[in-house]
Design a protein around this ligand. Structure first.
Ligand SMILES: Cc1cc2nc3c(=O)[nH]c(=O)nc-3n(C[C@H](O)[C@H](O)[C@H](O)COP(=O)(O)OP(=O)(O)OC[C@H]3O[C@@H](n4cnc5c(N)ncnc54)[C@H](O)[C@@H]3O)c2cc1C
Length: 500
């Protein structure tokens, strides 16, 4: 008889694990709190402007290809991928800007222009990044960390140590590159990991390999194409997807969940439960204390990733100075990171990122217009009131106009929407309104991240960005494969060992 599995949450993690398990014959029901699936990767339409609400960088393309190959499919069966020629444009606050290209030779020239032997230094950093990336993909990221020492060979460990992986990324880059602009280009990627260059270990220089060596892609139609692809796989294998159903109550007997109840008063029974909803919220708000593997004190002691103030704009202008991905860095960006992580206050002089998919994909906006998503990292737990929101928006818009040399920008804005910490909290049950879950600091990486299974409830598993391997769509797809493998072994010898 096929076992019944209930998946709580229809983000990338919930959809991916549902498709994998359903393909093996498990009977899957997925409950999603919101009216649409996708979680943080949802889609927004304002008049004729289209926006990806969260993720916009399509990186590590081989992870997607590998995932779909499990279903004998290819990425191109679901969407068309385009490799960007200019990965991104970086604006500095002294009116200078730098383009980072998919053609690595051009980046070597840029680094040489800004710093003596900059090209040689970049090559060295990228070689180390490539080694760490490839070794981690082979040995680490698919692990549930039940037996670490079988995973890492001594020679790999020695190389990792040689590459200074434990110091902060900032210290590592500062030792290797002296020009502050180039330093920022090699450090900003820590924000992808929910951290800052000052609290993220140099192990994550591996992201530079994903960025500069592997390149940045864009799925025509937007990142939501990934969600649609997963939905198609779920449909193919008869996953029952129920939206607008928020799990509110859990029923436990003999250290096993046997039933959940939703906001509609509906009850769902299953043999196994997989949680894709935010891990800290689920453990502390829905499980009784004695069944929490990680209690409130544990989560409160963690470093959470930033929240974000996001502005979605439909603009009637060609924005000729901008590219598909754009970053704006203030000279003193450490103060912004300190405001986010230490002072927990609205940053006074923020750096930010903005995305213009309509630069690559004309269907994302009406003709002569662009859809723009501006993302400013903000401290988790700081909810802006209406007036604060207005003031902060004006500040960001002023800088955006300056970068783009635009006058009277308000007259060119046809649609506008904000999304901030309190929306992350309301829409996704995000702890502290965090955008990305817990950050990848040294003590929150690999075996130190919350596990993919509960240690207190026998039939409960966790998938998504809070657990292993971590934040971002590719890691979340890998997380689904880890949970899939754990559940496949559930019937056999493995699981009892987890409870020793
Ligand atoms: C602004 C932003 C920008 C990002 N940029 C990038 C990027 O460029 N590239 C990249 O790869 N990644 C990016 N990320 C990260 C990436 O989007 C996430 O890591 C990933 O989408 C998380 O997926 P998930 O399945 O873990 O969680 P989620 O997407 O949060 O899914 C969890 C789901 O559970 C649901 N839920 C919560 N509580 C309940 C309940 N009680 N009952 C039922 N359902 C419930 C939620 O509504 C949600 O749909 C970004 C994220 C954000 C927020």
């Amino acid at each position: 008889m096929h076992k019944k599995i209930l998946v709580i949450g229809g983000g990338i993690g919930g959809l991916a694990v549902s498709a994998l398990l359903a393909k093996d014959g498990f009977k899957i029901t997925l409950l999603e709190k919101n009216k649409t699936i996708g979680g943080r990767a949802r889609f927004l339409k304002l008049d004729e402007f289209y926006f990806d609400m969260g993720p916009s960088w399509y990186m590590m393309p081989e992870v997607f290809e590998n995932f779909f190959s499990i279903f004998d499919k290819k990425v191109k069966d679901f969407y068309q991928l385009k490799k960007l020629k200019i990965n991104y444009r970086v604006f500095f606050d002294d009116n200078d800007f730098v383009d980072i290209y998919s053609d690595i030779k051009k980046n070597f020239l840029t680094f040489k222009k800004y710093e003596k032997d900059g090209d040689i230094k970049l090559k060295k950093i990228l070689n180390e990044a490539k080694y760490i990336y490839e070794t981690s993909m082979k040995n680490l990221v698919f692990s549930d960390y039940k037996n670490l020492f079988q995973l890492i060979k001594p020679e790999v460990l020695l190389n990792f140590l040689r590459f200074d992986i434990f110091q902060s990324l900032h210290s590592y880059i500062e030792r290797n590159i002296k020009n502050p602009k180039l330093q920022k280009i090699l450090e900003y990627t820590t924000v992808f990991l929910g951290g800052s260059p000052y609290n993220t270990p140099a192990f994550y220089k591996l992201v530079a390999h994903a960025d500069m060596n592997l390149g940045i892609y864009y799925p025509i139609g937007g990142m939501y194409k990934i969600v649609e692809a997963l939905e198609k796989l779920c449909n193919q294998y008869n996953v029952r997807i129920k939206t607008d159903e928020e799990v509110k109550k859990i029923f436990i007997k003999d250290k096993k969940i046997y039933m959940v109840e939703t906001n509609k008063g509906k009850k769902y029974r299953a043999d196994i439960f997989v949680v894709n909803a935010d891990y800290p919220y689920f453990e502390t708000k829905l499980l009784p204390k004695q069944f929490q593997t990680y209690n409130a004190e544990y989560w409160d002691a963690k470093t959470f990733s930033p929240s974000a103030f996001i502005i979605y704009l439909g603009i009637k202008d060609n924005l000729r100075l901008s590219r598909h991905h754009n970053l704006y860095f203030v000279t003193d960006w450490k103060t912004h990171f300190d405001d986010v992580y230490k002072n927990k206050r609205i940053p006074k002089n923020p750096s930010f990122y903005y995305h213009i998919p309509s630069k690559t994909d004309q269907y994302m906006a009406p003709s002569s217009c662009h859809s723009v998503m501006i993302l400013v990292p903000m401290p988790p737990g700081v909810f802006l009131g209406k007036e604060e929101e207005k003031v902060f928006y004006s500040k960001i818009l002023k800088t955006f106009s300056k970068i783009n040399k635009l006058e009277n920008i308000e007259e060119k804005i046809l649609v506008k929407k904000f999304f901030q910490a309190k929306d992350f909290f309301q829409d996704y049950n995000a702890y502290f309104g965090s955008a990305f879950g817990i950050a990848h600091t040294l003590s929150q990486t690999a075996l130190f991240r919350p596990r993919n299974y509960s240690k207190k409830i026998k039939n409960l598993f966790y998938v998504g960005q809070h657990t292993n391997p971590g934040i971002g769509i590719p890691p979340v797809l890998i997380s689904a494969q880890i949970v899939y493998n754990l559940i496949k072994n559930y019937e056999h010898l493995l699981l009892p060992n987890l409870y020793k």
